[in-house]
Design a protein around this ligand. Structure first.
Ligand SMILES: *[C@@H]1O[C@H](CO)[C@@H](O)[C@H](O)[C@H]1NC(C)=O
Ligand SMILES: *[C@@H]1O[C@H](CO)[C@@H](O)[C@H](O)[C@H]1NC(C)=O
Ligand SMILES: *[C@@H]1O[C@H](CO)[C@@H](O)[C@H](O)[C@H]1NC(C)=O
Ligand SMILES: *[C@@H]1O[C@H](CO)[C@@H](O)[C@H](O)[C@H]1NC(C)=O
Ligand SMILES: *[C@@H]1O[C@H](CO)[C@@H](O)[C@H](O)[C@H]1NC(C)=O
Ligand SMILES: [Zn+2]
Length: 272
């Protein structure tokens, strides 16, 4: 175990020294979540998504799943909707924790998932069309479903979701938050999939039909009469706080992704 870890560590140090700097992968996590989600939609939901996607997306939800990050500044009000923090406890309570910096209730990633899910549920009612921009609702919802599964987007208030924790990711200096946002995925792509994102998505989807098949039902279930079930995703708090000792341990292959793919269930669109 230890030997293998050292081996991988050595391999990585080698790769990082010999390969040119890699950049622009920050959107991969979101795009992977959305591509898996889109492939699992019911027929009615797939139709609705097609109708709602902007033209330039060319029917590919994955291509616009970082839109919500791009509009953070244009829509300043939306920046609070990407995360939530607990008062440094590993238990999360919607009533207590879902608020923005001004303390306004419901303004957090879980509240936003509820918000945009209910907007999308009115897809077929003509009244809603005037009231909301459902294209935006779709782009927000599919992005926030990714965010809530990033352990440090449901993190501790005192360290701003790991943004104040400096670590080394192999030879690079990063903040812990960024390691979870990008580095783990990047490294997995390079190390296990020859930088082929499609191969990585295929591998995850393989597991949905084999290793994790028993869990899938649970991911898809949201109890009757509930608009959405963002609170069930807080389970990832359990793994979000690891001791930081200079180097982060080599992630278990697939661990982050296991949590990421926990999200995409667009039964939401059809009210499931
Ligand atoms: C919207 O209504 C149409 C026509 O009744 C139906 O075919 C479609 O499945 C509905 N879409 C959703 C997402 O409910
Ligand atoms: C709900 O959606 C509307 C329309 O985008 C937005 O103005 C509002 O801030 C959102 N609230 C939350 C909590 O997501
Ligand atoms: C809905 O939002 C999208 C993305 O911001 C925008 O391109 C589109 O023009 C909006 N539609 C309407 C009817 O305002
Ligand atoms: C759902 O809501 C309806 C109306 O409020 C209620 O009659 C029904 O019992 C609820 N079902 C469940 C499973 O809670
Ligand atoms: C698939 O599941 C196996 C067993 O849990 C795990 O070892 C592997 O890393 C998983 N693959 C992916 C792509 O997550
Ligand atoms: Zn985000």
């Amino acid at each position: 175990m230890e030997g293998r870890r050292m081996q991988i560590l050595a391999l990585f140090s080698f790769m990082l020294i010999t390969l040119p700097a890699i950049h622009g992968w920050g959107t991969d996590g979101h795009s992977i979540v959305c591509r898996i989600a889109q492939s699992r939609l019911s027929e009615a939901a797939a139709d609705a998504v097609k109708q709602l996607l902007p033209k330039f997306a060319e029917d590919d939800l994955g291509s616009v799943c970082s839109w919500a990050d791009q509009v953070k500044f244009r829509y300043r009000w939306s920046s609070a909707l990407h995360f939530l923090n607990t008062p440094d406890t590993c238990t999360y309570q919607y009533q207590r924790d879902c608020k923005d910096e001004e303390g306004e209730k419901g303004r957090c990633v879980a509240g936003a998932i509820n918000n945009y899910t209910s907007q999308l549920l009115s897809y077929n009612s003509s009244a809603s069309k005037a009231e909301y921009n459902l294209t935006e609702a779709l782009l927000f919802l599919s992005h926030f479903m990714g965010d809530i599964h990033q352990p440090l987007h449901v993190g501790f208030a005192s360290d701003k979701g790991g943004n104040t924790i400096d670590v080394h990711w192999y030879t690079r200096k990063e903040v812990l938050h960024h390691v979870w946002d990008s580095n783990i995925i990047e490294t997995a792509e390079e190390r296990f999939y020859d930088s082929n994102v499609d191969a990585m998505i295929d591998a995850i989807q393989q597991n949905i039909t084999t290793e994790w098949v028993d869990q899938v039902k649970r991911w898809e279930t949201c109890s009757l009469n509930k608009t959405a079930c963002p609170d069930m995703y807080d389970m990832h708090l359990k793994v979000s706080k690891r001791p930081v000792i200079g180097h982060i341990k080599v992630p278990q292959k697939g661990q982050y992704l296991k949590m990421t793919i926990f999200s995409p269930d667009y039964q939401l669109l059809t009210g499931g």
